[in-house]
Design a protein around this ligand. Structure first.
Ligand SMILES: Nc1ncnc2c1ncn2[C@@H]1O[C@H](COP(=O)(O)OP(=O)(O)OP(=O)(O)O)[C@@H](O)[C@H]1O
Length: 304
C-alpha cells in the first residue's frame, strides 16, 4: 500500500489513521490516504467494506473515533466552513420527497453562496425531468439525476458521490458519467465516487482507493498502480522471496507451475518468471478477494 507516500500536489482529502467504530466493530480502521486535488477517484470495496463510512466522515456526518480526516487541510467536523466547498450525494440519494426539482433548485440557490442555477435547470431539462412533480414520485434513476444536478450546481471543489449510478439504466449510467466528466473537467473539481461497477470506474477514474474489511488495501494513481503490478508465471513457488517482488497479492498453483499477481519493487524481476501486464479490473478484484470471507465463516460458526 502506498497511502503514506509524500503528496506532490495540494490535497482535497487526507486521512491519517482514521477510524470509526460501532460497538466493538470497526467500520473503518487505520485509514491513511491522500487524494490530490483535481483527481477523479474511484472508491471500491465489497459490501460493508467501509466506503460510506469514509464518505460520511469526510463530510462531517460522522465523528472519527480515531485519527483525523481533513478536507483542503480542514477538519469537516471541527471547521464546518469547509462544508461549503463539498458536494455530497449520499447513497439512495435522499431528497425531500414532497418538494419538486424546481423547488429544490430554489432552495439550493438560497442555501449556497456559490450556486449555478442555469447549470441545474439546463441539466434537468436535457434529461426530461419534470420541474413541478414531487421528487418522491420520480423514479430512482431520475432522483439520482436530480441529486447530481443539485450537487454540481453548488460548484463544489470536492464532489463525493456514494454509489450514484446504482439505480441508473446502462444508457443513463453512461450519460451520467459523461456529464460528470464534462462538468468537472472545466472546473478542476475533485471527485470521489464509490461504485461496484468496475468497468464504469475504469473508464472515468484516474485515481483508485480500495477498501476491504475496514482497511485501505490499495491507493494511488491508476497509471502508477497498473505499472507497479504484474502477473508472473513460472516454476512452482514455495514462498521464498522473488527478486523484484515486493508483495504477492494473489497466488494460484498447479503441481509444477505458479501464477502470481505481484506488486513489484522497481528492481529487475527474476528472469525465471514470465511477466504479463494485468488489467485494472483484475487488479482490483485481487485486492477485493483478499481474505474476504474468513471472518464471516467464523461469525456464522461454519468452515470455509
Ligand atoms: N449505523 C451503524 N450501526 C452499526 N454498524 C454500522 C452502521 N453503519 C455501518 N455499519 C457497519 O460498518 C461497516 C461498514 O459499513 P459501510 O456502510 O461503510 O460499508 P460500505 O462499504 O459502504 O457498504 P455497501 O457497499 O454495502 O454500501 C459494516 O460492517 C456495517 O455493518
Amino acid at each position: 500500500m502506498n497511502g503514506s507516500a509524500a503528496p506532490q500536489t495540494p490535497l482535497a482529502l487526507e486521512t491519517d489513521q482514521l477510524g470509526k467504530r460501532y460497538g466493538d466493530t470497526w467500520a473503518l480502521q487505520d485509514c491513511s490516504l491522500h487524494l490530490p486535488e483535481g483527481r477523479i477517484a474511484a472508491l471500491v470495496g465489497p459490501n460493508g467494506a467501509g466506503k460510506s463510512t469514509l464518505l460520511h466522515l469526510s463530510v462531517g456526518l460522522l465523528r472519527p473515533d480515531a485519527g483525523d480526516v481533513r478536507i483542503f487541510g480542514e477538519s469537516p467536523w471541527a471547521n464546518t466552513g469547509v462544508l461549503s466547498q463539498i458536494g455530497f450525494v449520499a447513497q439512495d440519494t435522499p431528497l425531500y420527497a414532497d418538494f419538486s426539482a424546481a423547488e429544490l433548485i430554489t432552495m439550493g440557490s438560497k442555501l449556497n453562496k456559490t450556486w449555478d442555477d442555469v447549470l441545474a435547470r439546463t441539466r434537468l431539462a436535457q434529461l426530461g425531468i419534470p420541474p413541478d412533480k414531487p421528487v418522491g414520485q420520480l423514479s430512482g434513476g431520475q432522483r439520482a439525476q436530480v441529486a447530481l444536478a443539485l450537487a454540481l450546481a453548488k460548484r463544489p471543489r470536492l464532489l463525493l458521490l456514494d454509489e450514484p449510478v446504482a439505480s441508473l439504466d446502462p444508457l443513463a449510467r453512461r450519460e451520467f458519467l459523461q456529464a460528470l466528466m464534462g462538468s468537472v473537467a472545466d472546473t478542476g473539481t475533485t471527485v470521489l465516487l464509490s461504485s461496484h461497477l468496475l468497468a464504469d470506474l475504469e473508464r472515468v477514474c484516474d485515481y483508485l482507493i480500495v477498501l476491504n474489511r475496514a482497511k485501505v488495501r490499495l491507493v494511488g494513481a491508476v497509471d502508477d498502480l497498473v505499472a507497479e503490478h504484474c502477473q508472473l508465471v513460472g516454476p512452482r513457488h514455495d514462498g521464498q522471496p522473488i527478486a523484484g517482488v515486493a508483495d504477492v497479492v494473489r497466488a494460484s498453483h498447479t503441481d509444477r507451475q505458479s501464477t502470481l499477481l505481484v506488486r513489484t519493487d522497481g528492481t529487475p524481476l527474476d528472469p525465471a518468471w514470465a511477466a504479463h501486464d494485468i488489467p485494472l479490473e483484475d487488479l482490483i478484484l485481487a485486492y477485493l478477494a483478499d481474505g474476504q470471507t474468513q471472518g464471516s465463516h467464523e461469525a456464522w460458526g461454519v468452515t470455509a
